[in-house]
Design a protein. Structure first.
Length: 234
């Protein structure tokens, strides 16, 4: 995987989110009178892949509601986003949206710097199926017709290359403190308006480069949790 120069997230790509305020701006969803039902119906559960397993979090229960916004926590222990060395956070879309920005809050127990890259896939056929985790081997054995090992070959992982990321940068985090970011200014192939254009069946992949097997010699792994997913569509 090619490595390109990492930049710090800056406005308009990354802007500070005021945590003390419950007022949020979600664009077209603000005009709805259904108590954010339209918002919740626009997304599937967020799938979080880590070395050894995966978690799934419902947007309404775990990632955006009155409790998460007011207390930066969860009403029920079962809705809590576990702290893990997540490699991919996958946000599925159920609706066609023009997204101006996406906000998230991250927290790690130790001082850390998350290096993140964002990719959008219009359908599952193009999504990565064999990703390289921290403990994933680099090579696999080759066998002859009789089942005897005769050598090794590189494993063909299909993580998207860094040079096609729509956004790539770093987020510095202080120990046990929430760090908030707003992803924007999307460089989506086929579009020049700096918005993210989604459709039903598409998915946005947030890759944490620290927890990728491609970066073992370059970055330190980071265990973190996250909350308050705010997608502003216009």
């Amino acid at each position: 995987m090619a490595v390109r120069k990492t930049t710090h997230f800056l406005a308009p790509a990354i802007i500070a989110l005021t945590l003390s305020s419950c007022a949020v701006s979600l664009g077209v969803f603000d005009s709805k009178s259904d108590g954010y039902k339209s918002y919740y119906d626009s997304f599937g559960s967020v799938k979080c892949l880590y070395d050894g397993g995966q978690d799934s979090y419902d947007v309404e229960d775990s990632l955006f509601n009155d409790t998460t916004m007011k207390s930066m926590g969860w009403e029920d222990e079962g809705d809590k986003v576990e702290s893990r060395e997540y490699l991919y956070l996958v946000l599925p879309f159920k609706e066609a949206l023009t997204v101006e920005s996406i906000s998230l809050c991250f927290k790690a127990e130790a001082a850390s710097t998350l290096e993140m890259s964002l990719f959008y896939f219009f359908g599952s056929a193009n999504e990565p199926q064999k990703v390289r985790y921290l403990t994933s081997p680099e090579y696999e054995p080759i066998y002859d017709s009789e089942g005897n090992e005769i050598g090794q070959q590189p494993i063909d992982y299909d993580d998207p290359p860094l040079d096609i990321a729509m956004i790539h940068g770093e987020l510095a985090m202080q120990p046990s403190q929430w760090a908030s970011v707003v992803f924007g200014d999307f460089k989506q192939p086929g579009y020049e308006d700096n918005y993210l254009h989604t459709g039903s069946g598409g998915s946005l992949y947030f890759r944490v480069e620290n927890n990728s097997g491609w970066n073992l010699d370059r970055l330190s792994a980071v265990e973190f949790t996250f909350i308050n997913l705010l997608v502003r569509a216009i």
